[in-house]
Design a protein around this ligand. Structure first.
Ligand code: ZN
Length: 112
């Protein structure tokens, strides 16, 4: 493989190495995407219940989706297919969430 020193994932028990782009977060790719998916699912659930989503949360998810898009575009052959599938799911989920937000803000404007 490579001889570059890489940090290990911060999640207890995980032996995977941290991606250079993810060093500030300290997660391996799988845990990074897993964490984003968890927040995405709770944001989607809140959204369906008609709750508001913090702008900061949405921005963070958008960043994570952008990371996934860039990663998918740049590392086609290296990534395990399970990780690729999860990243695609994340990108689609964030798009879905944005659509929900857009529709609910349109609805609000009409009702006023
Ligand atoms: Zn990990």
């Amino acid at each position: 493989m490579s001889n570059i020193q890489v940090a290990a994932c911060h999640v207890a028990g995980c032996q995977a190495s941290v991606f250079p782009e993810l060093e500030p977060q300290g997660f391996c790719l799988e845990h990074y995407v897993g964490d984003a998916m968890k927040r995405l699912h709770s944001a989607l659930a809140d959204c369906r219940k008609g709750g508001a989503i913090e702008r900061g949360d949405l921005e963070k998810l958008a960043q994570e989706a952008r990371f996934a898009v860039n990663h998918l575009a740049g590392n086609e052959t290296q990534e395990a297919s399970a990780n690729r599938e999860r990243m695609i799911e994340l990108v689609l989920g964030v798009a879905n969430l944005n659509e929900h937000m857009r529709r609910s803000s349109m609805r609000e404007t009409k009702e006023k």
